[in-house]
Ligand binder design. Structure first.
Ligand SMILES: [Ca+2]
Ligand SMILES: [Ca+2]
Length: 713
């Protein structure tokens, strides 16, 4: 059952969210029941319900809107809410339930130009959703019902005499609301503000005490710098260009540490084979990375594990011997730092290997093990059924296999039904302590710069909050980045002062691929999806999102482009020019191919004759352009033109007096870009000059190409 309990008010930041209570009857013997939904990547784990007598319960705060959800029993059995008749399907085509938070706000009909204003729809608070303060620049957002208003103005006071009146710009709309934004610089005086909300003749004021028609009753919002500044992200990430390495496949720098049976470098990867790549190999190739221009590397897991991917760790304190030693990891970090290259490791805290000694203790001692609460054991003794074993090894299509494995699952919760990855119970204090210590050990001992958290969306936020506090205390500059497994999920809970600095930006990847590579959406929808992301991401985090076009879990870019380098280049172009830190999956820079896992994990090509030099040069150039222009790393984005018919998207990135105009022709025809100007412009990639003729600049773009235009001095 779903019930709205009321409004949760957070006084300091003036936020009001609707408290939604989820309840479920029955299932007296369940170990865990999770709420999953749009807000948790549909993955069980982050939101466990609590059993209260005969009911399972959980209450979560939401902004008004429509949300989809389901329940997952013991991590495997998916059910819709039996007491809620409102059902739909999620993006995976699976049945789910749906609810509206703040229903009374969503149901009224609104019209622009009718002289009426839907008061309940007006909203602003001082959380990152609506207010951010970076380097004395204040970004203010305001929300109103969709298509209700003719104008919104932001009135800013810094002292009695001076008043700023700013017209707010509409930046995005969703199904129910319009979102407006204005930007101003903070003065040294105490700054106060409120909103003037207009529909033709009707004027209403929105301030800290809500809506008022009477200006005298307005109680202004005040900017408390300390409260607003709670969410801080590491500055270095803004200028980072990441390079993701799957260590077994990058370079074999030390054949003496190879696993027993290694395949020949260049053979096709299987789920089980090894190739002997290692940390020495990465040290040996640091010059290559430096030359490419990357200044941060992200290594998939490197601690002791039996698999080639090492996402099933059995010793969190020791580098896997086939990769090297702890001392070699220290050396790698030192050598990388000498070149100005940061190092990010992969933290796998959602599950361990089934060979992790503590799990083995439970296997041995069963319910008597003192560690039994470290995992979610559904049945003792721990044994895999015959059916499960047969299914697990059967060569079935992945979707069918996944379905069957969930049905005949192991007697404990796992990652996606994989028996050798038992899921950890991080709400158990001892367990949480153990893994926080492991993370602290890496940060302190190895001086790493970042951590990427595997299956972050499957772990309760309470754990992440603790971990964040502890790690940021050791190194305030540590980058904490979450894997995010769903292209359309709401990131609200997953970025901010109580969770992560940023996420692996699969949603942006999906938008770029759908627009450029698959041509499933056109310029208008690409723009909408980009604006949704930029509106829903904390301003602070926008410039340090991990923007990738591929990873060890996806087919490679060039393969998705079916070898069309024009498409690949245009996708790379957007990755390098949109806000956020671009991340290259090893080998993509030389045009490596590979379909889904394990084929996307082929060995790196080191024979230059096999490299796609065109793509490599293109990456190098764009990286250099990024490095020279703060507009691309720190600058705001402004959409200039969305031409759906021609499929052209034009935007501008600006930081102080650094301004870059970016024209993307994703159409099938040539596009002539014309702009009034008396100045000359230089195209940064080809270094072509465009001089004004009859007071205007004219640039011709071939299909599937883009340009970066900068005013020439
Ligand atoms: Ca209206
Ligand atoms: Ca080796």
């Amino acid at each position: 059952m779903i019930r709205e309990l009321g409004i949760q008010v957070e006084r300091e930041l003036k936020s009001k969210r609707h408290l939604i209570e989820f309840t479920l009857k029955g299932y007296p013997n369940a170990k865990n029941i999770y709420v999953v939904g749009d807000f948790s990547c549909w993955f069980p784990g982050a939101f466990p319900m609590k059993k209260e007598e005969k009911l399972w319960k959980l209450t979560l705060p939401f902004y008004p809107g429509e949300y989809r959800y389901a329940y997952v029993i013991n991590g495997y059995k998916w059910i819709t809410d039996p007491d809620n008749p409102n059902q739909t399907k999620n993006q995976y085509g699976v049945k789910c339930s749906t609810f509206k938070a703040g229903k009374e706000i969503l149901t009224t009909k609104c019209k622009r130009n009718d002289g009426k204003i839907e008061l309940k729809g007006l909203y602003h608070d001082q959380t990152w959703h609506f207010l951010s303060l970076i380097n004395r620049t204040v970004h203010v957002k305001f929300r109103a019902r969709k298509d209700d208003l003719t104008d919104v103005q932001l009135i800013v006071h810094s002292n009695e005499r001076k008043q700023l009146q700013l017209k707010m710009k509409k930046i995005w709309k969703d199904k129910y609301f319009d979102y407006y934004e204005a930007v101003f610089n903070l003065s040294n005086r105490k700054t106060r503000y409120f909103f003037k909300v207009i529909d033709t003749e009707k004027v209403v004021y929105y301030s800290a005490n809500g809506q008022n028609e009477n200006l005298e009753k307005v109680k202004e919002f005040e900017i408390d710098e300390k409260a607003v500044n709670k969410f801080r992200v590491p500055e270095w990430v803004k200028t980072a260009v990441f390079y993701q390495i799957f260590p077994d496949r990058f370079y074999n720098g030390d054949p003496t540490n190879d696993p027993e049976k290694v395949s020949i470098w260049g053979e096709r990867p299987t789920r089980k084979n090894f190739f002997g790549g290692d940390l020495q190999g990465i040290i040996d190739k640091l010059d290559y990375l430096e030359e490419l221009g990357v200044n941060a590397i992200y290594l998939t897991p490197i601690f002791r594990s039996k698999s080639n991917h090492k996402y099933d760790i059995y010793d969190y304190y020791t580098v896997d011997p086939s990769f090297g030693t702890n001392n070699l990891l220290k050396k790698l970090v030192q050598e990388a730092h000498k070149k100005g290259i940061r190092v990010m490791l992969d933290a796998v805290f959602h599950h361990t290997s089934d060979e992790f000694p503590i799990f083995q203790n439970i296997v041995k001692f069963g319910v008597k093990s003192k560690y039994k609460d470290w995992y979610f054991i559904l049945k003792y003794p721990i044994r895999l059924s015959r059916t499960y074993k047969i299914l697990f090894h059967a060569p079935l299509p992945p979707k069918i296999k996944f379905y069957l494995i969930q049905k005949f699952h192991p007697p404990y919760e796992t990652f996606a039904g994989v028996y050798y990855m038992p899921k950890l119970n991080l709400l158990n204090q001892e367990t949480a302590k153990y893994f926080i210590k492991a993370a602290e050990f890496w940060v302190k001992e190895f001086k790493i710069d970042g951590l990427r958290f595997d299956v972050a969306f499957g772990i309760p936020l309470e754990f992440w909050k603790k971990l964040r506090n502890r790690l940021k205390r050791i190194n305030p500059d540590i980058y904490l980045m979450a894997e995010f497994g769903n292209n359309f999920s709401d990131i609200t809970y997953w970025i901010g002062a109580e969770s992560f600095d940023a996420i692996m930006n699969y949603p942006l990847r999906a938008a770029i691929l759908d627009f450029i590579v698959f041509e499933k959406i056109r310029a208008e929808e690409f723009h909408q999806r980009l604006m949704r992301l930029l509106t829903k991401t904390p301003r602070e985090a926008i410039f340090c999102m991990y923007n990738m076009l591929g990873s060890h879990d996806t087919p490679r870019l060039l393969t998705l482009c079916k070898g069309d380098t024009k498409k690949a280049k245009l996708a790379i172009f957007l990755q390098m020019t949109l806000p956020g830190a671009p991340a290259i999956y090893y080998g993509d820079e030389i045009g490596m191919k590979g379909s889904g896992d394990p084929d996307c994990r082929r060995t790196m090509l080191w024979n230059k004759n096999e490299w796609n030099m065109g793509i490599l040069e293109y990456y190098r150039k764009l990286i250099q352009i990024r490095k020279r222009n703060k507009a691309l790393t720190h600058g705001k984005l402004e959409t200039i033109l969305v031409d759906n018919e021609k499929n052209v998207y034009i935007f501008k990135r600006t930081y102080q007096n650094n301004e870059i105009l970016i024209v993307v022709n994703n159409g099938r025809e040539d596009f002539i870009f014309k702009m009034k100007s008396n100045d000359s412009f230089e195209e940064a990639l080809a270094k072509t000059m465009f001089k004004p003729e009859e007071n205007s600049i004219r640039v011709k773009l071939k299909p599937k190409t883009a340009v970066l235009l900068m005013r020439s001095k």
